[in-house]
Design a binder for this molecule. Structure first.
Ligand SMILES: Nc1ncnc2c1ncn2[C@@H]1O[C@H](COP(=O)(O)OP(=O)(O)OP(=O)(O)O)[C@@H](O)[C@H]1O
Ligand SMILES: [Mg+2]
Length: 374
């Protein structure tokens, strides 16, 4: 018994079918076949069996090669399709190959049939493996993306929580201590006896009170850096204003913020994403640009938020933008992708860098951030 071969034969002639099967047997195949001569029969055959190869006549009264190939495509299949026909002329053969037939041979010379089948089956296997590898790659990319988004969202919640704890709990505590210290100082200054001991204690209390002042400031700074309360209290526009003036103060880089928006209509999660992107853009300017000026423009148009940040620095290069090690930029891209937005970064040598963002104001259903447990 030869090698099992499942052959779907598209052919109106019984005799020609026998001829083909005979040829296959002689070449060491054990062909299991079905002959179809109408679209209906072919559809049924494609549903009922997994075919290794389709051998199709060209001239048929009730069926055509383009129709047959179309049925295979529509069934989402990729089966080697070989035309076995009488002489149909070069032009038609070429057109059929262009339309997706894999090979073409003539009925009166079937010696090429078996090598053609072998080659096309190998090719088809290779294509299948490629497709599978491609799909696995796509899936794992998507998984990484989902994971990153989830981690971001968890991280954001954690930051908000820690920020609130530090601010409310520690902040309260230090304020109470400061109050107690000031009461103590008042009491001691009323006591008239042992003036030198009194001065010493007063000195210590004063220095403690100063330390508490520093502690309160630190608590506020850490809490704000974790997550600025202003984002939740006053919204994104106010936060960007605050970020900009804070950045200018810390770095000495002149910032201009152009916007006639009072508020930006984004929900909390999306506002957070834009805030983090803007934070990364500013941090990059401070760290890499060597800029003296930054221009920020914000506007709303046709359901989108536009944010443009231009610095006057050295200009980011295309290599830096495309570098897979540029994790800050990658993070921005991921956030933008989650928001179904667009981001472009353009660098001009010695002229500066322009980061352009376009974010839809309404959440589209497929772009919502992955849910996390509260
Ligand atoms: N405004 C800018 N001007 C000039 N170069 C820039 C600018 N922003 C980014 N770059 C360049 O692009 C690179 C990638 O930026 P990216 O934010 O991805 O990484 P990073 O800032 O070096 O590190 P991090 O992961 O901490 O953000 C930077 O290292 C820098 O060389
Ligand atoms: Mg960075």
């Amino acid at each position: 018994m030869g090698k099992l071969l499942q052959v779907l034969i598209v052919e109106d002639s019984e005799d020609d079918t026998k001829l083909v099967l005979e040829e296959l047997k002689q070449r060491g195949y054990n062909p299991v076949h079905r002959r179809v001569e109408t679209p209906e029969e072919m559809k049924a055959a494609l549903r009922q069996n997994e075919w290794d190869v389709v051998l199709s006549d060209y001239m048929m009264p009730r069926f055509s090669v383009p129709e047959a190939m179309d049925l295979i495509r529509k069934a989402g299949l990729d089966i080697p399709f070989i035309i076995v026909s009488g002489n149909i002329g070069e032009e038609i053969a070429v057109a059929a190959m262009k339309a997706g037939a894999h090979d073409y041979l003539m009925k009166d010379n079937l010696s090429r049939l078996s090598p053609a089948i072998q080659r096309e089956m190998q090719d088809a296997t290779r294509r299948r493996e490629h497709r599978r590898a491609d799909e696995e790659l796509r899936n794992s990319r998507q998984q990484l993306r989902d994971l990153a988004a989830r981690l971001n969202s968890i991280r954001e919640k954690e930051r908000a929580w820690i920020s609130r704890e530090i601010h409310d709990e520690l902040g309260q505590l230090f304020t109470s201590i400061k109050y107690e210290l000031s009461l103590l100082r008042k009491r001691i200054s009323k006591q008239e006896d042992r003036p030198e001991a009194k001065t010493d204690i007063e000195e210590r209390l004063k220095s403690m009170s100063e330390m508490v002042d520093v502690a309160i400031k630190t608590v506020q700074k850490v809490a704000t850096e974790l997550r600025p309360g202003i984002l939740d209290d006053l919204g994104l526009m106010a936060t960007i204003e605050w970020q900009t003036s804070d950045f200018q103060q810390r770095t000495g880089i002149t910032c201009r913020l152009h916007s006639d928006l009072q508020a930006i209509r984004l929900d909390r999660e999306r506002a957070t994403a834009v805030f983090r992107i803007f934070q990364e853009v500013l941090t990059n300017i401070a760290r890499h640009a060597g800029a003296t000026r930054v221009e920020i423009r914000i506007k709303e148009k046709a359901g989108h938020l536009y944010l443009d940040v231009k610095d006057s620095g050295r200009g980011i290069t295309d290599e830096e933008i495309a570098d897979p090690k540029s994790l800050g930029i990658l993070g921005m891209r991921e956030r933008v992708l989650l928001l179904s937005g667009e981001m472009r970064i353009i660098g001009a040598h010695k002229k500066g860098t322009h980061v352009h963002l376009k974010i839809p104001l309404e959440t589209s259903p497929e772009s919502s951030l992955p849910k996390t447990e509260a």
